[in-house]
Design a protein around this ligand. Structure first.
Ligand SMILES: Cc1ncc(COP(=O)(O)O)c(C=O)c1O
Ligand SMILES: N[C@@H](CCCC[NH3+])C(=O)O
Length: 445
């Protein structure tokens, strides 16, 4: 590592450094060299950032002295290397599809450390989960309850399930990522009594062992109130299932949703929120004289998000006098649809001159045939020069995992960096890869 190193002073960039060449260093690796080796767009994950986050979660639980499980919500970023890393750090894995389950199992994660969510799990996915004997299935609705009953009778095999509750809690976040309100596609509705009905049904189903309840109120959450209300409501449900129905409850799964810092506007109190969540569970259970459950959390964004930096090459510019400056990069909504979907904000610098002072505002556009294909509106940046490499921070979650092939653009490569060395963990797709599933054209005579 170069000796003359400055650390970028904002919290957003807390884990990256600038070396004597003014290059950005991520996990001890020169971002410019990474681009020379692996091309662009390139998603770079700092392994230590992820490991440190997970360890911080473990420490909060240990300090509170409660039984717990951290399950990484793999929807945030699901690849073999990622599943392996989180499992190494003592996490279970939350999957929501056969594809995520297949990835986690292929990464060597034991089936018992995996649980499955989903509001419309297919018969094929449920069979896969049952045959693999995963740790638990989170039942989302009556249709699934009946399906699971039929399938487990067919297999003659017991499975642990948790009931997903729609607790009717508003999380202060974007509408599209709020999941705990009553008007949601997820879970059994608490207000109308569906939860109690489902629990009563569960007492009669021979192969479904209902070991707990679950709720997830949304994502990118910064305050504790929503969690507290959800925990109160879940504790009531838990009491009903445990004491009135005699269900073998032992798990309270409070979901994920811990917010991260995308720009200086965000100030995430992640570990404080987790400590407050644990406190709320302790209080809700002790006031009802119930034994403390094993507390499960399912963080996705908070583990993967801050560790990721996406590197792009800048290309065309368009300056509209008195209106706006556009700067296009060689990626866009295909590798990061979050601005288009949620109006997400990001912070960026040029990786090849990371401490250069901003000169103007530049709106970062993608290369897709879509006006909404923007990455950042009005970023303060130096005026672009040929060869500049744009580094966009906090892009580790819900970017690669939500990437698309719109305009037949291949998905980027992914590298993990640590202690100055880089490992390619996902290859860049090629144009040929994009046609892999196209059938050969019939010969025309
Ligand atoms: C059920 C469930 N658990 C966990 C998560 C992970 O959320 P986050 O990435 O915000 O931690 C989600 C996504 O919002 C989810 O739907
Ligand atoms: N995809 C969303 C989060 C959804 C979380 C899954 N329930 C995002 O990028 O913010």
């Amino acid at each position: 590592m170069a000796q003359d190193m400055t650390t970028i002073p904002t919290r957003v960039d807390a884990h990256v450094e600038i070396d004597a060449l003014h290059h950005l260093r991520i996990g001890g690796c020169d971002a410019v060299e990474l681009v020379n080796s692996y091309g662009t767009p390139l998603i770079v994950y700092d392994e230590d950032v992820m490991r440190r986050t997970i360890r911080a979660f473990h420490n909060v639980f240990r300090a509170a002295g409660v039984p717990y499980q951290i399950s990484y919500a793999s929807k945030a970023f699901c690849t073999l290397a990622m599943c392996q890393l989180v499992y190494e750090e003592g996490c279970g894995i939350d999957v929501v599809s056969g594809g995520e389950l297949h990835t986690a199992l292929s990464a060597g994660v034991p089936a018992k450390a995996i649980h499955m969510h989903g509001n419309n799990k297919t018969v094929e996915e449920l069979r896969y989960a049952l045959e693999a004997e995963i740790g638990a299935i989170i039942v989302d609705n009556f249709y699934e309850l009946n399906l699971l009953d039929e399938l487990t009778r067919e297999y003659g095999r017991e499975v642990d399930v948790l009931l997903r509750v729609a607790p009717g809690v508003e999380a202060h976040t974007h509408d599209f990522i709020a999941t705990g309100r009553q008007d949601s596609k997820f879970g059994f509705d608490l207000a109308s009594g569906q939860v109690q009905t489902a629990l009563r049904q569960l007492t009669d189903l021979p192969f479904l062992r209902c070991v707990g309840v679950h709720a997830h109120i949304g994502s990118q959450i910064f305050d504790i109130e929503g969690f507290q209300l959800m925990i109160e409501r879940l504790a009531e449900v838990y009491q009903y299932g445990l004491q009135k129905l005699g269900l073998p409850f032992r798990i309270l799964n409070v979901g994920g949703g811990f917010g991260i810092q995308y720009t200086d506007e965000d100030a995430p109190p992640t570990t404080e929120i987790l400590a407050a969540v644990i406190e709320a569970v302790k209080m809700a259970f002790s006031s009802r004289r119930m034994p403390l459950p094993t507390i499960w959390i399912e963080p996705g964004r908070s583990i993967a998000g801050p560790a990721g930096v996406t590197l792009y090459r800048v290309g065309s510019q368009k300056q509209i006098p008195g209106v706006r400056n556009y700067l296009a990069i060689d990626g866009g909504m295909t590798d990061n649809p979050r601005l288009a979907l949620y109006g997400a904000k990001y912070h960026a610098v040029y990786a090849n001159r990371a401490d250069a002072a901003p000169e103007d505002t530049w709106s970062i556009a993608g290369k897709c045939c879509e006006s909404g294909d923007m990455l950042i509106w009005d970023a303060a940046l130096p005026n672009p020069q040929p060869g500049d490499i744009l580094a966009v921070f906090a892009t580790g979650a819900y970017t690669y995992s939500m990437a698309s092939h719109y305009n037949r653009i291949p998905k980027p490569a992914v590298v993990f960096v640590r202690d100055g060395s880089a490992e390619l963990v996902v290859q860049r797709e090629t144009w040929a890869d994009l046609m892999r599933r196209d059938l050969p054209l019939p010969k025309r005579t």
